[in-house]
Design a protein around this ligand. Structure first.
Ligand code: FAD
Length: 449
């Protein structure tokens, strides 16, 4: 039985995976290309906080980490929609008590690393960039960074996980195998982070327990609360086009743009122009690949296996769910890795493909929240159904964020819901018809049948 594991990447998924394996008595070596983030200053402008939802919590809870992470998480029960004319509209995400949680990526990662470090048999190796994995001879070679070519170390592995993110080196090495499938696709939007500081006494300048959204058709701004009273804002915006990054080159252009679309936000963001020019413009992409594992001894996990766009707030949650599923397979198959790894990729691949698509679709939904009449009328009908069947109706959002229904199943159910909503939009005077046989048949037979 393999009892020594190497992990590439000490990010969110790699650190959590190290804890799962250490708890089972494995000796775990984690190789991270960066220095130890617990000793270094965070780089500003790169996805400072994330939304953690049920699947992520389940992954943390199963590893016994829920309490530790609760201390650094802020519940967001609703989204707060900001219209162009400054009106606010609070929309609950789920039922009473349900929330997604804002957590600092850096704090979460550091906490997971500290918790992993509590196990004597976990060793982190920083400034180790895995530049090549020889899959047949079980050998990893390292340089000190991606730009260095001189090897600084190499090691043999017994069992290897690649949690080394969207540009995974393990995946890159797998791509040379016969019949390996791989696609990488950039979307037309990128993102830029901005900042709403806390008030003078550390107070939140907007409602704390919500994810704030300024939907503007083809683009949007969002803001998530931080523990120190500030908010991290992210502008999701096209690279090219009439209204795009390419058209905002001067201070005047940036000012005119923000005054036009986000006037209530800039009152709270005194440094927005400096941040706009100072912070990087980052791109967004998706990655699909298969297989994820090689001969029961090397396997991709997290973004390395399935990078998705962030519009459903599920990338990390999906990666944490990978760890939960892997742990269940270890229970079921007595840690027989030649059985476990093929079962893992079979179980997770359809679900990773589904959340990839759902996340792309959700961008359209978020951007159109206030703009699209047809979309809004469907939302109204959905509310009618939810009110009439409070116990039975689960919205697609709730299935993804507040349940562990497999993503692929959630996508299929979401399709059905959409079909029914489309049909109901054609029914005249719908509100007076919710007690009719026609309504009941459509909803009960198709949705719950
Ligand atoms: C703007 C934005 C917002 C997001 N918001 C959310 C959200 O709200 N909710 C959510 O669930 N997800 C969100 N995500 C997605 C989430 O950030 C990722 O899914 C998550 O970070 C994946 O974790 P990971 O450990 O697989 O990969 P990563 O976090 O990318 O970690 C990979 C690690 O591997 C290291 N590494 C890379 N290459 C090598 C190598 N060759 N050798 C050694 N080490 C290496 C890296 O330095 C890094 O530490 C968001 C993403 C973005 C871009």
């Amino acid at each position: 039985m393999k009892k020594e594991v190497s992990i590439l990447g000490a990010g969110l998924v790699g650190s959590l995976l190290a804890i799962y394996l250490a708890k089972r008595g494995y000796k775990v070596d984690v190789y991270e290309r960066r220095g130890d983030m617990r000793q270094e200053k965070m780089i500003a402008g790169r996805s400072i906080n994330l939304a953690l939802s049920d699947r992520g919590w389940r992954g943390l809870e199963k590893a016994g980490l829920k309490e530790a992470i609760e201390k650094i998480a802020i519940p967001m029960h609703s989204r707060m929609v900001h219209t162009v004319d400054g009106q606010l509209n609070l929309q609950a995400y789920g039922k009473e008590g349900q929330a997604i949680y804002s957590v600092s990526r850096g704090e979460l990662n550091k906490t997971l690393m500290n918790l992993a470090d509590e196990f004597d048999q976990v060793n982190f190796h920083f400034n180790h960039f895995a530049n090549h994995v020889d899959l047949n001879n079980n050998k990893i070679s390292f340089t000190s960074s991606p730009t260095e070519t001189k090897e600084i170390a190499n090691t043999n592995f017994d069992l290897l996980f690649g949690s080394d993110g969207a540009f995974s080196s393990l995946r890159h090495s797998m791509q040379f195998l016969d019949r390996y499938n791989y696609t990488q696709e950039y979307i037309e939007h990128g993102y830029k982070e901005l900042h709403i500081p806390a008030g003078e006494n550390g107070e939140f300048k907007m409602f704390k327990n919500a994810l704030h959204i300024w939907p503007r058709g083809n683009f949007m701004l969002i803001a998530l609360p931080n523990m120190d009273g500030s908010f991290t804002c992210t502008l999701f915006f096209p690279f090219e086009g009439e209204v795009s990054f390419s058209k905002l080159k001067t201070e005047n252009e940036v000012e005119a743009f923000f005054k036009n679309y986000f006037s209530d936000a800039i009152e709270l963001m005194p440094g927005y122009k400096e941040s706009f020019f100072g912070n990087p413009t980052s791109s967004l992409m998706t990655v699909k690949c298969f297989p994820w594992q090689y001969k029961g001894k090397a396997c991709l996990i997290g973004d390395a296996a399935h990078a998705i766009v962030p519009f459903f707030g599920q990338g990390m949650n999906c990666g944490f769910e990978d760890c939960t599923v892997l742990n269940e397979l270890m229970d079921a198959h007595n840690e027989d890795w030649e059985k476990i790894l093929p079962l893992f990729e079979q179980a997770r691949k359809p679900n990773a493909d589904a959340i990839l698509q759902l996340a792309l679709n959700n961008f359209i939904e978020m951007r159109d929240l206030v703009a699209d009449e047809h979309f809004l009328s469907k939302k109204k009908i959905e509310k009618l159904i939810a009110a009439k069947y409070p116990e039975r109706y689960i919205s697609p959002y709730q299935m993804v964020s507040f349940s562990n229904i497999p993503y692929a199943e959630a996508m299929e159910k979401g399709r059905k819901i959409n079909d029914v909503l489309e049909q109901l939009t054609k029914m005249k005077d719908l509100e007076s018809k919710t007690e009719t046989e026609e309504f009941r048949k459509l909803v009960e037979t198709i949705l719950f049948g």
